[in-house]
Write a protein that binds this ligand. Sequence first.
Ligand SMILES: C=C(O[C@H]1C=CC=C(C(=O)O)[C@@H]1O)C(=O)O
Length: 450
Amino acid sequence: MDRSSGEGRLAGETESTDDAVELVSRSRKLEAGSVSAILDGSAEWRVQWTTPDGHELVGRGAAARFTAGGTDRFDRIRTQAERTFEGLDHDGPEHARPRAFGGFSFHDGHEPGPPWIGFDAAAFVVPQVFVTRPDDGTWVTAVGSRIDEAEDRLEHWHGRLTASSSDEVSRPNDSPPGVAGTRRTTSPAEWTEQVETALERIAAGRLTKVVLAQALSVDLEGPIDVPATLEQLGRQYPNCYRFLVGQDVGGTFFGVPPERLVSKRGDRVETEALAGSVPRGETPAEDEAHVDRMRADAKFQHEHELVVDAIREQLAPLARDLTVSEQTIRRLATIQHLQTPIEAILDGDRHVLEIVEALHPTPAVGGVPPDAAWETIRDTEPFDRGWYAAPVGWFDAAGDGEFAVALRSGVAGDGAVTLFAGNGIVADSDPDEEWEEVQLKFRPILDELR
Ligand SMILES: C=C(O[C@H]1C=CC=C(C(=O)O)[C@@H]1O)C(=O)O
């Protein structure tokens, strides 16, 4: 991989440079109109990010772009961004400040191949134009490398969005693309073999837990409108994150992850352990029966506690205070999980990417010990995880930011969507039960495509 290209450069430049690049941003309130045009048509990059508490950012284009590969990719993204953000001139409200939006691949050594064409091992963009929606309305922000460029861009987009019909604010999804057929990467027999390999390594003391995943390639009957699909998913899964990262040269990665990797503001960090899954019931009593079984089951508790312990250990060296709350239940439309919220106060001035690097992958998507889990994943999974189960989100000039774990996700390409889902394997795991739990995790997106 040519790692020199594209690093820390402004869109339109042809060579990377060590000089600090300048970013200028200007914001204006949108009194009327529609924001859906931000995601319409093709653009070098299109991004959408919505948090469970309703904060939303929708953007397009790349005023600056940062890419990196290899084991030091977290540091290298941060260095490029710090250089670019250094000269930032932002005139607008705080919620509309420019941010770098993007993500990382699960594995350090990721090389983009189908269906991950265009998705580097780490890639972030500062959108050229984006919309934010705080409580007091809708704001448009334009970013450029000079004041006149930012102002012209703002004028253009403010006018274009104002002129759009307000009926378009909500995208209709009367006709999902339809499913022509599905292809699995892993047959039930192959899955049993993979789980048994993991169980042998666990029995031999080499491994305590590993999360094994599958991919499901879904051939579509018609074209998919990813933003419309995401909007539908938001109705079904309102307390999850929603994201979309799309670009011209490849597909669009999108999902509705229930799991926060980290949210950092100043010295305060929030994260969580999310592991252990049972289905929803047909009635509230059935829901509770599933939950009772999960709470009482030693295997589920062990699988979950390994994640809590690992996060505690990973955060402790960076924090002066750490609080692990009581275990709760995360109830989603199709599945229920064990969840433990965790908060920390950092021991000094740290960048959110330091926390992301320390936490990724938690044993909710990797395993314990991390190296043996990584090796088992590489030895047994017959597909490329790409950006699945990896950090996706944003950071700003101050080093604050928020990242989800890219679960319940898929990558949409020509006529097909590839979905990903996995499950934690520990001693006593049963391959057939694990298979059923993985299928539950395909459902959020699969149900919307039918
Ligand atoms: C790996 C996934 O889920 C993780 C998050 C919640 C519950 C999990 C579990 O029960 O194994 C997984 O750790 C996935 O959705 O693909």
